[in-house]
Ligand binder design. Structure first.
Ligand SMILES: CC(C)(COP(=O)(O)OP(=O)(O)OC[C@H]1O[C@@H](n2cnc3c(N)ncnc32)[C@H](O)[C@@H]1OP(=O)(O)O)[C@@H](O)C(=O)NCCC(=O)NCCS
Length: 206
């Protein structure tokens, strides 16, 4: 499922579990649930601590993971996992606040183990999250990452995201060092209107 700036095929929501081919072998994409607790903890603990800074809380702590699973249970978060041979290689989460003043905005959080990067998992997980959120009325996606995550920023730019804000010294790592956060955004509604104006696609219903 390719998803470039002028390809909206990702708007067709996929069904799970589904298996995708990668150069590292077939990988399952499916929803995360309670049964994944230990595998997700192992995943979080294998990630370099610096790669966790874009998340509001440290998911390598069992208490934080427990709260995350409860959020999934009550429907406030939706998480997808990329799993091969029982090992979690990547994860994407959609965070929405339907009762806030931004019910049309979703935050996308994606992270892939360093050893599994460059195989297309980050893109697949992001596209799938996008496709799941569109039918929920999401018109704008935001993603935040430390400003030095140049690979992550490039990946999101290839998916149509653009930098919208820079938050200076916004997060502090375990050694006390502060880092800037960059906020990227993808305005689906404006993007769709532009496509319609060019006669390239039907506007999405929201
Ligand atoms: C961002 C991240 C999830 C990408 O995961 P990934 O599985 O390596 O990404 P993919 O293999 O799907 O690559 C996606 C696209 O980015 C490109 N890309 C991958 N690595 C890149 C790099 N280092 N520099 C530039 N572009 C890169 C790929 O070529 C691909 O484009 P294509 O599909 O047109 O070929 C991963 O780098 C990561 O976990 N980073 C740390 C956590 C983070 O900061 N996440 C962002 C917060 S939301």
């Amino acid at each position: 499922m390719a998803w470039g700036p002028f390809d909206m095929t990702a708007a067709a929501a996929p069904t799970y579990p589904r298996t995708i081919p990668t150069s590292g072998g077939p990988t399952e994409i499916r929803y995360m649930g309670e049964a994944d607790r230990e595998a997700v903890l192992a995943f979080a603990r294998e990630l370099p601590p610096h790669d966790l800074l874009f998340l509001p809380r440290d998911i390598s702590q069992p208490k934080v993971l427990g709260a995350w699973l409860r959020e999934i249970e009550r429907g406030a978060m939706t998480s997808l996992l990329a799993v091969r041979a029982g090992e979690v290689l990547g994860c994407a989460t959609i965070v929405r606040e339907p009762l806030s003043w931004s019910p049309h905005v979703a935050e996308l959080r994606v992270v892939v183990l360093p050893k599994a990067r460059g195989l297309g998992l980050g893109r697949t997980l992001s596209e799938d999250a996008f496709a799941l959120a569109i039918p929920l009325g999401i018109e704008k996606f935001v993603a935040q990452m430390t400003a030095d995550q140049t690979a992550a920023i490039s990946v999101f730019e290839t998916m149509g995201y653009r930098a919208e804000a820079l938050l200076r010294d916004h997060v502090r790592d375990r050694d006390g060092k502060k880092h800037d956060i960059v906020m990227l955004a993808h305005d689906v509604a404006a993007f769709d209107a532009r496509l319609a104006a060019y006669g390239l696609a039907e506007p999405l219903e929201s």
